[in-house]
Design a protein. Structure first.
Lengths: 228, 222
């Protein structure tokens, strides 16, 4: 025997279920379409240059020297970095120009006889910007790549020179010259480093190259001393 | 009110022959077969028994649950021996029938359910021999429409199904004769109940009535 009313009730229930299912799918489809349209219409967010620098730091193992082509980018970096400069990282006010370069010492160096000069008492400072394994006693402050300015690079180069680590000093001289190659102080320091490691000819060549384009009495005097 | 229609959809072997394409194809193949061992396979309710009883009126019909002696007693070279529901036969008896047909003296026609038949015919001794296997296919949607309409018109029924309703019925029954009959019968039983109890909403065939019939017969679950 067929229970008509029970079947009718079941039929209604089934129809209701179908209806709900249909509308749920419909709503889902519209939501999906809406979401797709929303994401497509949204403008792409540009990354700030500071963030870019940070990401680069994580990936690179070596301190990156920015190529000449990207010089405008370097300028932007400088501006940003200088805003964020902490008091500890401020460079000393008297950079290379006030350093009393003992040119007599340059003459004292027997370039041909002596091998590359390394002071035995002082261990070479191993600056690894990627790991920052600098001993706390050493004066050289840790300067992360993102905060490199000309001044900082110059200070580092100078401190390395004073500590007798000429290779690292040359490296920082190069970095500084990439940022600003018009400053004569860095050229002078670079030349002095070259003299110290026995590359006097190269030092003379560098000084001559600079003097071709710019005039500097200090560098002229140094060149004169070296060529004697 | 719909008693006659309901009765016309009762499952019976005494029904009038309703010729369909699949039905005619199967009849032709079986009649023209020169093999001594023939198989008629189809799912349950497809109309195998109906086809056999209406087509081979002069053949010897044997019940499925029989013994070797019964087969021996009915053996004749003159007539076709038909065993309906042969999937119920013991494997030994099937083997015996196969040996008998190998003598080329006797002709057998075994009617089986599709699923079981496939298992039996997969056996090595059937694979290697030339046997005639005829499959009775389900009827088409148009044939089903024609069949139901014919029944309704014969019984002076006022309500006919729409195309959409026919499609729904066909989707549930999948062209199986017995299911079509059962489904149509249930719909008219519901219609009869609604008419007698003055339920105006269901006094005509509608989608809800079809769904109710499908629920009652277990074609769908809620």
């Amino acid at each position: 025997m067929i229970d008509f009313f029970e079947l009718e009730h079941r039929c209604k229930k089934l129809k209701r279920k179908k209806f709900i299912k249909f509308f749920t799918i419909l709503i889902l489809i519209f939501t999906l379409i809406g979401a797709i349209i929303y994401f497509l219409k949204q403008p792409k967010i540009q990354k700030s240059p500071q963030k870019e620098i940070k990401t680069k730091d994580i990936n690179h193992t070596k301190p990156k020297i920015i190529p000449k082509k990207e010089k405008p980018v370097v300028i932007i970096k400088k501006i940003i970095i200088e805003k964020n400069v902490t008091p500890i990282q401020k460079p000393k006010p008297a950079p290379m120009l006030n350093v009393n370069i003992d040119f007599q010492n340059i003459n004292d160096i027997n370039i041909t006889k002596k091998p590359s000069i390394q002071k035995p008492k002082q261990k070479p400072i191993s600056i690894q910007t990627q790991t920052h394994n600098i001993k706390p006693k050493q004066k050289i402050s840790v300067i992360q790549e993102e905060t490199i300015t000309f001044k900082k690079a110059f200070v580092l180069a100078k401190q390395y020179y004073e500590n007798g680590d000429y290779q690292n000093s040359i490296k920082w001289c190069k970095i500084a010259s990439k940022i600003d190659n018009t400053d004569e102080r860095i050229w002078k320091l670079y030349a002095l480093n070259l003299v110290k490691i026995g590359k006097k000819d190269k030092a003379i060549k560098i000084l001559k190259t600079y003097l071709e384009f710019r005039d500097s009495t200090e560098l002229k005097y140094l060149l004169q001393r070296l060529t004697q | 009110m719909y008693e006659n229609v309901i009765q016309s959809f009762e499952d019976s072997l005494n029904d009038e022959v309703f010729e369909t394409f699949a039905f005619n194809m199967a009849v032709n193949e079986l009649k023209n077969s020169k093999n001594h061992l023939n198989f008629l396979i189809a799912p349950p309710g497809a109309g195998k028994s109906f086809l056999l009883t209406h087509t081979f009126k002069d053949a010897i019909f044997l019940k499925a649950l029989l013994t070797k002696e019964e087969i021996d007693n009915n053996l004749t070279t003159q007539k076709l021996i038909i065993i309906d529901e042969a999937q119920l036969l013991e494997p030994k008896l099937i083997e015996y029938i196969r040996i008998l047909t190998d003598t080329k003296q006797y002709r057998f026609l075994l009617s089986m359910h599709l699923k079981e038949a496939k298992e039996i015919l997969e056996k090595e001794h059937f694979k290697s021999r030339s046997i005639n296997i005829v499959e009775l296919k389900p009827i088409t949607k148009e044939e089903m429409n024609r069949y139901i309409n014919k029944k309704l018109l014969l019984n002076n029924a006022n309500h006919l199904f729409s195309k959409k309703e026919f499609s729904t019925i066909y989707n549930y029954t999948k062209g199986n004769f017995r299911n079509i009959k059962k489904f149509s019968k249930t719909i008219f039983e519901l219609l009869d109940f609604a008419t007698k109890n003055n339920i105006k909403k269901h006094m005509k065939i509608n989608s809800c009535l079809i769904t109710m019939a499908a629920l009652h017969l277990g074609f769908i679950n809620d």
